[in-house]
Every structure is written in C-alpha cells, then in structure tokens.
Design a protein around this ligand. Sequence first.
Ligand code: NAP
Length: 287
Amino acid sequence: MTIAITGATGQLGRLAIAELLKTVPAAQLVAVVRTPAKAADLAALGVQVRAGDYNDPAALDRALAGVERLLLISSSEVGQRAAQHRNAIDAAKRQKVKLIVYTSLLHADVSTLNLADEHRATEQMLAESGVPHTILRNGWYTENYASSIGAAVAHGTLIGSAGSGRIAAAARADYAAAAAKVASGPLAPVQRIYELAGDTAFTLADLAAEISRQTGKTIPYRDLPEADYAAALAGAGLPHWLAGALASWDIGASKGVLFDDSKQLSRLIGRATTPLATTVSAVLKKA
Ligand code: NAP
C-alpha cells in the first residue's frame, strides 16, 4: 500500500507521518508538500517527497500517481480551502486513489463556527466524488491555547470569551494517531465519519486553574465580551481578522460547539487522549 499525506510539513502532518512510520515502511509513504526543501528530513528517513501545491492540479496528479490511499490534511489557507480541497479530491479521483481520509471539523455538519463552511463543502465534494472516504471530524487542538497560556503567565490573568463552555480538546498527537490508524487500516472504511475529541472537557476557568497549579501563581480566568476580547488580542499585536476570529470561536465554545463526549478518539487510538495537564506542562516548558 502507498499512502500519500498532504500538509506533510505541517504540525499534524509530521506527527501523522511519525505514527505511520511505526507500522508502514517509509518507502510506502508519500509526503505531498508545497516546498520539498522543507521535507529534507522526511526524505532522509526514506519517505518519498513529492511536490504538490493544492492550487496546482497538474502537480497534484503527479504527486498522487500510483497512490492507493490519501490522507488529506485540510489546508491552512482559510478562505481558499474549498477550491484547494476540490483540486486534491479531483486529482485523487483521476489517479484512482482507493481511499481518502479527510481531516474535518468536530460536528462539521451542524457547527456554527465560521470555519465549518469549507469543511462542509469538502465533505459534500467527497460524497459526490464516488471515492471511498472516511471523515475525521477533529475537535480543537489543546495546543491552540499555547499563546493564551504564555500571555496568562505574563499578565497574571487568562482572558477569553468562552464563558463556562466545555471544550473537549485533545493534543495534535492524538488526532495524528487517529489519522494514521484510519489511513493504514482496512480499505473499506469501518466507520465513515468519526467525531474526534478529548476524553475530558475543560472550561477556560479549568485551564486557568491548571496553569496556576503548575506555575504556583494565582492566575484567574476573566471572561470578556466578544468585542473586548477581540480588542485585547488586536492590542497584543494580532491582525484584526485573526483577533475577531479567535473571539468568535470562543463565543462558539461558550455555546458548546467544541464539546463532545462520545470518546470516539480514545476508542480509535486505543488509549486515553492526552490530559490537559500534559499539554500545559509542555507549553510551559517551551516558554
Ligand atoms: P499547519 O502546521 O499550519 O499545517 C498546514 C499545512 O498545510 C502545512 O504543511 C502547509 O504547507 C500546508 N499547506 C497550506 N497551504 C498549502 C498549499 N497551497 N498547498 C499545499 N499545502 C499547503 O496546521 P496543523 O496544525 O498541522 O493543522 C492541520 C490542519 O488542521 C490545518 O491546515 C487546518 O486546516 C486545521 N487546523 C485545525 C485546528 C484544530 O484545532 N482542530 C487548529 C488549526 C488548524 P507548508 O508546510 O508549506 O506551510
């Protein structure tokens, strides 16, 4: 079997390749990347590195030639992703790929996050493609809070707009393990859609308590109205669009859109998901 991985030089892609290498020979893995020079370390491991920008259908055709399975890691170029994913799915179809595994968003079919539109569109394209596929609806990465944790330690308060919303985040490595397992598993998908999330949901007050516990400082959580949180983030130097997006995602979290308690992720990977404390500790060590 040959498995291609897009976004292979990204954070999730690298972790997924590391997981795949535990069970699949390197020569059977194809890292599809837009900048091959960034994947020299993967090539050194024996992974095939092929150029494949999502915006370049001909390059995607070349990258997917002879590939049996495709792990399509969603693009990070928000706003362009539907067209980019269409290019990847069309190329996979032309190259007769037998299974596409796509990383979507938790509860993408009903999610009110603005990020959900492109994932819904991609899921629809997959349904219409006729290519067998499995959709991994990934919840929030716990690492998304790395900057907030750093700022909380620096300023003595964790700020946000998520209220008492419960966030079932998991570490990137947990989602990567799931992606590797499904991409290298049975060709006929056992399950077509997985809702993947952390075993133990937390609120931002819980996150503040964990930061306090690990730093020995009292760092409370301060909930702000959406506009105030966006203004604080913009004031800290974030671009306005990103500050607004982050605040709107917190509002989504306050309404429960990042919550799931089905424990499909831990069942799929055969172990508990990474605890909040572990990710907080890793972030604090890096700071
Ligand atoms: P990441 O580190 O930003 O990686 C994104 C990957 O997409 C990179 O490898 C990047 O290539 C690649 N890419 C972007 N534009 C491309 C293009 N035009 N052609 C080919 N490749 C392109 O993100 P991540 O943390 O691994 O997350 C993976 C994906 O999950 C993201 O792309 C995003 O869709 C989604 N996401 C989910 C969450 C969550 O909490 N669940 C959070 C953030 C993102 P380069 O290496 O060349 O830049």
